[in-house]
Design a protein around this ligand. Sequence first.
Ligand code: FES
Length: 136
Amino acid sequence: MSAPVADANEVEVARVSELADGQIKAVDIDGLKLAVVRWDGEFFAVRDRCPHEASSLCFGVVGRSLTGDGSGVADLDGDRVVLICPWHRWEYDLRTGAGVRMTSVTVKTYPVEVRDDRVFVVLRPARAARSAGGAA
Ligand code: FES
């Protein structure tokens, strides 16, 4: 299923009211698989493929990152929001895509725009044009 295209570089991927906080939606834009996430009123989009062993991140968990000193006491890691892979539980910062503990890996992120009740992912023009059925 292709998502509708709003303008040259944006693809509508969800309605705001469609996702509850912490919910992840799988989106396929002509083969580009994304995980669209809502957390604390914000929306994020990342490629739906864990860089570790290619698990779908759509089956992961969203939350605040925890940090600790090994003493058994954990604390929140600022306001970092992470998507935790369901397979081996690697965490990715949803704002940057950076691996939290495995810092050498990154999941690709996409800018998200929200207007009224509509959520759009901003793509490079060629990808958006292909999604619209037009020429790149
Ligand atoms: S496949 Fe995601 S952490 Fe291993």
